[in-house]
Design a protein around this ligand. Structure first.
Ligand SMILES: Cc1ncc(COP(=O)(O)O)c(C=O)c1O
Length: 372
């Protein structure tokens, strides 16, 4: 129940134990096509250029920036947590002139902040973290997308934690470049970064003045392997692709809307249970993630000691706060397979005991979660 990796279904683990085939084997090529098609459904996009980059979510982040940015380009980046901060580092390494739009950790990036920044520069792109895993806040995309495109810029979106756990609508929201990870709400081990580029973003990458400085992440080269030509680029991680294929199959068998509802309902049950314990969520009201609950540590409670007891006595792993939130929050993941009512109740019962609240069987926290 940490901020990822989430639990993985047995059939995903079983898929990973199957015999290997080559990365150009017809069976694998068919699987690549199925993965691309399923990713388009999960991202809600028609983008042809949709595939999993070999690497974790951060490789997806680098993929978007290295392909779209050339030295000297201005870019606006929303920074309200660890991953917006990481984006600025990656963009600066690409030679970008970064204009940061900042919000206190736990709050969202407001559209009017982006509007103000757009008055002062002519950026090539605006980049946002949809679901900030370090703070538990979900920044709405639509209005920022409208402003970005009115200014003639591209929109880049980090959906590492949001994909599969709450609505992510790439075409409807007009997102030009999006990346995710496999280990959160898709419930697959870490190792691949699903990405998607709009035709507009692809044009930008195709007509650069300089070659993409990363050979490994250059979409112009990767497209020849993931497209119809099937030119060898690198040896695809076969086993990880088996796993993603099965994880996507399970996601779509459940149904996206149903999956989002499951994440929402377990989040609300957890929130009610926490409220019964006198605890509250730290992220901005109305913008709290369903899949990652940042819980304010109550005054007088030793954050690290409580987390250690959860792990050693109850076998429950949760995450600590990072940066300015270190020592102030617990991060409780209800992602993918981990998002169950049973997990929410087990966590609440354990926390009740640690905080010396009423005994497990009579815990009002568990009762509150139960009654949802
Ligand atoms: C929002 C967000 N972006 C990017 C990343 C980086 O992904 P990875 O750790 O898989 O490289 C993470 C990882 O937790 C994340 O939560």
């Amino acid at each position: 129940m940490g901020p990822g990796p989430s639990n993985v279904a047995p059939s995903v683990l079983e898929a990973m134990s199957r015999p290997l085939v080559g990365h150009l084997d017809p069976v694998f090529v068919k699987m690549m096509e199925e993965i691309k098609a399923m990713l388009r459904v999960v991202f809600q996009t028609q983008n042809e250029m949709t595939f999993p980059v070999s690497g974790t979510g951060s490789a997806g982040m680098e993929f978007c920036f290295v392909n779209l940015i050339e030295p000297g380009d201005e870019v606006i980046i929303g920074v309200n947590g660890v991953f917006g901060t990481r984006m600025t580092d990656v963009a600066e390494r690409c030679g970008a002139k970064v204009i940061k739009v900042e919000a206190p950790w736990g709050r969202i990036i407001e559209a009017n902040q982006i509007a103000e920044a757009l008055k002062k520069c002519r950026p090539k792109l605006v980049a946002l973290v949809h679901a900030e895993t370090s703070t538990g806040a979900l920044t709405p995309v639509e209005e920022i997308s409208r402003l970005t495109h009115e200014a003639g810029a591209l929109l880049v979106l980090d959906t590492v934690t949001s994909l599969g756990g709450c609505p992510v609508k790439i075409d409807e929201w007009n997102v030009d470049a999006v990346y995710s990870g496999t280990q959160k709400c898709l419930s697959c081990p870490p190792g691949l970064a699903p990405v998607s580029l709009s035709p507009r973003a692809l044009e930008v990458a195709r007509h650069r003045q300089k070659k993409v400085q990363s050979w490994y992440l250059d979409v112009n080269l990767l497209a020849s392997y993931w497209g119809q030509e099937r030119v060898y680029h690198h040896t695809a991680p076969i086993t990880m692709n088996y796993a993603l294929h099965e994880a996507l199959r399970l996601t779509l068998a459940e149904g996206l809307e149903k999956r989002w509802q499951r994440h929402q309902s377990n989040h609300l049950a957890l929130r009610d249970g926490l409220a019964a314990l006198g605890l509250c969520l730290a992220a901005q009201a109305g913008h709290q993630l369903w899949q990652l609950n940042a819980v304010t540590v109550p005054q007088g409670v030793d954050e690290a000691a409580a987390r250690k007891r959860l792990l050693t006595e109850f076998n429950i792993e949760i995450g600590a706060g990072l940066g300015p939130l270190k020592g102030k929050i617990w991060r409780v993941g209800l992602m993918g397979e981990t998002s169950t009512r049973e997990n929410a109740k087990t966590f609440l019962a354990a926390l009740s005991q640690i905080l010396n609240a009423p005994a497990v069987q009579t815990s009002p926290a568990v009762a509150a979660a139960q009654s949802r």
